[in-house]
Every structure is written in structure tokens, then in C-alpha cells.
Design a protein around this ligand. Structure first.
Ligand code: ADP
Ligand code: ASP
Ligand code: MG
Length: 401
């Protein structure tokens, strides 16, 4: 008998009716003789609402308390789903991250799963129960409640599947992984398969359909992941190791990220020790910097631009204010109104000229770019939000996405 780990996202459990629907689907699979472990997210926009209440109180809420607050969302949905299944005559039991012992390390609101104690789950499965686990949350060495970063329930599911050597199915409000977020570009094409490597780049570049850490875990433990519509009756996309069944076109997908901000530092002394000091200080606050570009020195001063999550902007600017006092030439500007587009494709490894083609497309469409970075299988560029649609359409047309 195989263990199936299924995860249902926020929209999929957004109302009581939907919870009932999900419970029926789980029951059907259980009736076929499978052991079912279910991970759920908080209902609908619950997490957003919880966070905005905290930010109504202060621009810089305590991260430990944010974790305590956010973890309540999933506790509601696990209990409701369990109640629905029990009412249908099945034995279901809900578990918080703390109760399972989903052990995490790292800072509050961005913790990482390091291990899972599967003892409780296996015992419940042996007794024929359906186990419902709260996504997105864990517990650290100090016995504190932690969360895994927005969208982290995917990672709970993949980590559980890895630990239990189970099948992993992610059910969401879209029927698979598309070349481009279909909400932004309805003409996008659904992929039958996508490699871990490409999905990881897509997810970490803003394709919010999967939590990027979940793909790292899937790749590490070689867990194939099905992403499909929450009704469970339409073939979805399988994320797996690269093989010959996958197309190796230059570009597989385009990710759009509107959750990043850009900071430009001006009047920075062209002294690597000072620059290193600034970035070390930013890193010490666990702020993840993504793209960086630096100008050539003029009168021994440089400008440096970089991107970071909008949620870390306040903390970063507080830190940079200290440099204003220390270095008299130093100033900075922050820009919240930016979009980062990233084209991703394993084919870039073997096909040259993709970057040149991208520049050509941007030039032809009069799209101004402020930062560009490239890696082996990705090219990212920051543009103005007003140019977003034009850029998506031009890239999609050129690369047949
Ligand atoms: P859930 O609540 O189920 O975790 P999410 O909102 O986190 O759902 O993820 C699903 C959403 O991801 C879709 O509604 C879609 O708009 C978005 N998305 C972004 N990029 C892609 C993509 N390349 N393919 C499919 N969906 C995408
Ligand atoms: N509820 C959490 C969030 O909204 C986790 C998740 O949905 O995966 O970010
Ligand atoms: Mg999600």
C-alpha cells in the first residue's frame, strides 16, 4: 500500500464548501486503499489578513510573534478538514507542525525544515487514519513556533513525501505549470513536465506556483512532484529530473516578480572594504539580495543598485541610514515600483545568442532596463511596471511560450 502526500493550497480550502469537496476527494483516494497524508494551507487570504493586522500596529512587527500569529491560519484549516472527514465516516486526525515535530532552523518567518519526526504519522496511518498536517509551520530547537516563508506549505508537503517515501501531489487553483503565469498571459502553454533545475529557477524568480525551497528538497531527495488543479481530474505537470521526454528549447518559461524592490546606493567610496561592510551588514539581517550592479568609479565614487524582497525594505533602509551618518558622500534611493522578468531554460546551456535576442526584443519595444543578471540557465532584468505587459508579450512571441 502506498503513501500519498497531497497538499491543498489556500484557494482550494478557501470556503466550507471547498473543504467539503477536498474531503470527498481525499476519501475517494483513501477508499482505493491508499494511506493518505494531507497538508493544507490557511483558508483563502487568511495569512495576508493576519499579517496586515500586525502591520497596522507597527511597520516592524516582532518576527517571533509574526510566526505565532501566522501559524494560526493553518491550525484552522487542518481542524476543519479533519472535522469534515470524520463527519463522512473516516478517521482523520489533525497535527500542527509542532505536534508532528517538523524541526526547523534559521530565523523566524524564513525557517528551513531540517528533519521531520514521522513516528506519530506512521502510527496514525497504521491505525487506518487520514493524517492532516498544517503546512508552512514547524518548531525550532528552542521549542518556538516557526514558519517557512510565504507559500511554504509546498515545502511541508515535499519534505513529508521525502521522509515517508511517498507520492507527492500538489493541488492548487491552476491546472499545472505554465510557460508564464496564466493570470498574466492567458496565451501561456501548459508544460507536461519540467526539470527540477528549471522549476527552481522559475520559482526563485517569482513563479509563485511553487515555493522554491520545495523544489530544492524535491531535487535533493528525487521526489517527483505532480502539480494539478484541485479537482484532481485534469492531468497536471510533473516536476522531475531532466530526461529525454522533455523539450530542450532555449527558453522554457518566463517568471515575473513584482515582490522585489530596488535600492540604489550613491556616493559609495570605491573601496572594497566599505562595500563589503555594507553588504555584510545587510546579510547579517538575513536579507536576501538578488541582483547587483555597480557603475564604474567617478571621482573614486560608485553607485550600486541591488534588488531585495519588498518585505525586507524597511529593515534595509534603517541599516543604510547609519551609513549616511558615517560617510558624508553617501545617499540612497529606494524604488518599490519595479518588476523583475526572468527567462529560464536549460537549452541556454547549449544555445548561444539568447541574451543578444533578449536585448534586441527590449530595444525594439523601447523597454528601459535598470539591472540585468545572467546565470547558466537564466537571464533576469528589471523594468518599469508600465512595460511589463509589452515585455511579456514580446518575449512570449519570440520564444513561442
Ligand atoms: P496555492 O494557494 O494553491 O498554494 P498559489 O497562489 O501559491 O496557490 O499558486 C498558484 C498560482 O500561481 C496560480 O494561480 C498562478 O496565478 C500562479 N503562477 C505563477 N506562475 C505560474 C506558472 N508558471 N504556472 C502556473 N501558475 C503560475
Ligand atoms: N498560508 C501560507 C501563505 O499564505 C503558506 C502557504 O499558503 O503555502 O503563505
Ligand atoms: Mg502556494
Amino acid at each position: 500500500m502506498s503513501i500519498i502526500v497531497q497538499k491543498y493550497g489556500g484557494t482550494s480550502v478557501g470556503t466550507i464548501d471547498r473543504i467539503r469537496q477536498v474531503a470527498k476527494q481525499i476519501a475517494d483516494r483513501k477508499a482505493l486503499g491508499n494511506d493518505m497524508v494531507i497538508v493544507v494551507s490557511a483558508m483563502g487570504k487568511t495569512t495576508d489578513n493576519l499579517i496586515s493586522m500586525a502591520y497596522e500596529l507597527t511597520p516592524n512587527p516582532d518576527k517571533r510573534e509574526l510566526d505565532v500569529l501566522m501559524a494560526t491560519g493553518e491550525q484552522v484549516s487542518i481542524a476543519l478538514l479533519s472535522i469534515a472527514l470524520n463527519d463522512m465516516g473516516y478517521h482523520a486526525v489533525s497535527y500542527t507542525g509542532h505536534q508532528v515535530e517538523i524541526k526547523t532552523e534559521g530565523i523566524h518567518t524564513k525557517s528551513r525544515i531540517v528533519d521531520i519526526n514521522d513516528g506519530n504519522i506512521l502510527e496514525e496511518l497504521n491505525e487506518g487514519k487520514i493524517v492532516i498536517v498544517a503546512g508552512f509551520q514547524g518548531v525550532n530547537e528552542e521549542n518556538e513556533i516557526t514558519t517557512l516563508g510565504r507559500g511554504g506549505s509546498d515545502t511541508t508537503a515535499v519534505a513529508l513525501a521525502a521522509k515517508l517515501q511517498a507520492v507527492c501531489e500538489i493541488y492548487t487553483d491552476v491546472d499545472g505549470i505554465y510557460t508564464i503565469d496564466p493570470r498574466l498571459y492567458p496565451g501561456a502553454k501548459k508544460l507536461e513536465y519540467i526539470s527540477y533545475e528549471e522549476m527552481l529557477e522559475m520559482a526563485s524568480s517569482g513563479a509563485g506556483v511553487m515555493h522554491s525551497r520545495s523544489i530544492e528538497v524535491a531535487e535533493k531527495y528525487k521526489v517527483p512532484v505532480l502539480v494539478a488543479l484541485n479537482t484532481g481530474d485534469i492531468p497536471g505537470t510533473i516536476i522531475k529530473e531532466l530526461d529525454n521526454s522533455m523539450e530542450k528549447s532555449a527558453i522554457t518559461g518566463l517568471a515575473v516578480n513584482s515582490d522585489e524592490a530596488m535600492i540604489t546606493l550613491n556616493g559609495v567610496p570605491h573601496d572594497i572594504k566599505i562595500i563589503a561592510d555594507i553588504f555584510t551588514n545587510i546579510a547579517s539581517k538575513d536579507i536576501n539580495i538578488d541582483m547587483i550592479s555597480q557603475t564604474t568609479p567617478v571621482h573614486k565614487l560608485v553607485s550600486i543598485s541591488f534588488t531585495l524582497p519588498k518585505t525586507d525594505l524597511y529593515q534595509a533602509t534603517q541599516l543604510l541610514d547609519l551609513y549616511k551618518e558615517r560617510i558624508f558622500t553617501f545617499s540612497y534611493e529606494s524604488f518599490e515600483n519595479i518588476v523583475k522578468l526572468s527567462v529560464v531554460g536549460i537549452g541556454m546551456k547549449s544555445q548561444s545568442g539568447v541574451a543578444a535576442k533578449m536585448f534586441d526584443i527590449l530595444a525594439q519595444n523601447d523597454i528601459a532596463v535598470s539591472i540585468i543578471t545572467t546565470s547558466e540557465i537564466k537571464i533576469s532584468y528589471v523594468i518599469n511596471p508600465e512595460d511589463q505587459q509589452k515585455a511579456i508579450e514580446a518575449v512570449a512571441k519570440e520564444f513561442d511560450l
